[in-house]
Design a protein around this ligand. Structure first.
Ligand SMILES: [Zn+2]
Length: 404
């Protein structure tokens, strides 16, 4: 796969770049926002709508699809894209994040709280530990029915081959910022050993299933907030060989995101794409791109939309506020989405108040388009040499505190 990824333009004096990822289901122009469709659906929105609002690719979760409906069913349907009627490129994550985060009963926000005391056996208050890690893999309890399951690198590769996404990820161990330094070291070693096993199993399955479209495997860099661990983990994964690209995962505090991504991209080859796993806000997008990330998945646009939170060029606001009851303007006057072209804030306010399903659909369309368009503009600004100006202008307005 020598021509899997092409770098096009680069940011002068920085790590950011534009490029194209070539997959069997089409190209992804980077930097690119990858919409999250956890259970093979972007919640509340048709795949055709995602395409028309400019989404280039969709990322689904191996953990969720393994539990329901089962990876074998997705395989029989012809793979993730065919199953969900999405003809474009697809990604799946390895399941490592969900197995460990859902298994330990915490969500990312809590897990990333660095102010807690360091400990290696933390779980969320009031939750039972549902996952146990050993050097061979992870045993966990399903959040759906309490049944016991086991993921190993080989199991994750088998599931992701059955799901058939164009880009898949090596099985890694998620740690949190509260884990001790010695645990992080042990975990980085374990993730490295698992990466070696993933490459071997991926090669075997690629041969066994040679009639299927090629799936690109990304290694996942862990190492939390430690520069030496992140750099060593990155070099170790590069030395394994056999990865088509790299994911940057794990514990990332917002204020250190650019620094940590920078350590990793410093050690990575230029000719392979880098995916940043799970970011959320507009300032994170700029920081990630400037630090050399090519793609990033982000559940926020649809998750917050279902809670009535609306992105706009002048900041995020909640449409259920009383001031929108008689506001007959679009969600964002500068937006070109289907929702803004046809509906008003007053109508969305009403739909959310009345708990109508259409509220989620229309708000999600708007938020997804907002992020897709912003990343499109970031990509264009790198080619045009105006990245710094765009960043200053967009973030200046977004975080000015003004609310329309
Ligand atoms: Zn809109």
């Amino acid at each position: 796969m020598g021509d899997f990824f092409e770098v096009r333009d680069t940011l002068p004096g920085g790590r950011g770049r534009t490029g194209v990822i070539h997959t069997p289901h089409g190209d992804v122009h980077t930097p690119a926002f990858i919409a999250v469709g956890t259970k093979a659906t972007v919640k509340a929105v048709l795949p055709e709508t995602m395409k028309s609002l400019g989404a280039q690719a969709v990322l689904a979760n191996a953990y969720h699809l393994y539990l329901q409906p089962g990876a074998d069913i997705v395989d029989e349907a012809g793979g993730l894209g065919a199953f969900m009627n999405w003809s474009g490129p697809t990604f799946t994550d390895s399941g490592g994040f969900q197995v460990l985060s859902l298994g330990a009963g915490f969500r990312k926000v809590l897990a990333m709280d660095a102010n807690r005391v360091q400990a290696d056996d933390i779980i969320a208050a009031g939750k039972e530990r549902l996952a146990r890690v050993d050097d061979d893999g992870v045993t966990f309890t399903s959040h759906l029915d309490g049944s016991t399951h086991r993921f190993t690198p080989e199991v994750s590769m088998g599931i992701q081959h059955q799901l058939g996404a164009d880009i898949i990820f090596a099985f890694d161990e998620l740690t949190t910022l509260v884990n001790t330094r010695s645990y992080q070291e042990q975990s980085v070693r374990r993730t490295h050993d698992w990466a070696v096993r993933c490459v071997a199993e991926h090669r075997r399955l690629t041969e066994v299933r040679a009639h299927k479209p090629y799936q690109a495997l990304f290694g996942v860099v862990q190492g939390a907030q430690y520069e030496d661990l992140r750099r060593a983990a990155t070099r170790g994964l590069v030395d394994i060989g056999g990865f088509d690209g790299f994911g940057i995962g794990g514990a990332l505090e917002k204020q250190n995101l650019a620094t940590i991504v920078g350590w990793v991209t410093d050690e990575l080859p230029e000719d392979k794409p880098r995916h940043l796993l799970g970011i959320s806000e507009p300032d994170d997008l700029f920081a990630a791109v400037a630090a050399g990330a090519d793609t990033f998945d982000c559940v926020s646009p649809s998750r917050v939309a279902r809670n009535a939170a609306i992105y706009s060029r002048t900041g995020r606001y909640n449409i259920t506020g009383a001031r929108y009851k008689r506001d007959f303007t679009p969600l964002d006057p500068e937006c070109d989405c289907y929702t803004c072209g046809n509906y008003t804030r007053a109508y969305l306010h009403h739909l959310f108040k009345a708990k109508e399903m259409l509220a989620s659909t229309l708000a999600t369309i708007h938020n997804e388009r907002f992020i897709v368009r912003l990343v499109d503009q970031i990509r264009e600004s790198i080619s045009a040499g105006s990245f710094d100006e765009l960043r200053a202008e967009v973030l200046g307005r977004y975080y000015a505190g003004a609310r329309i």
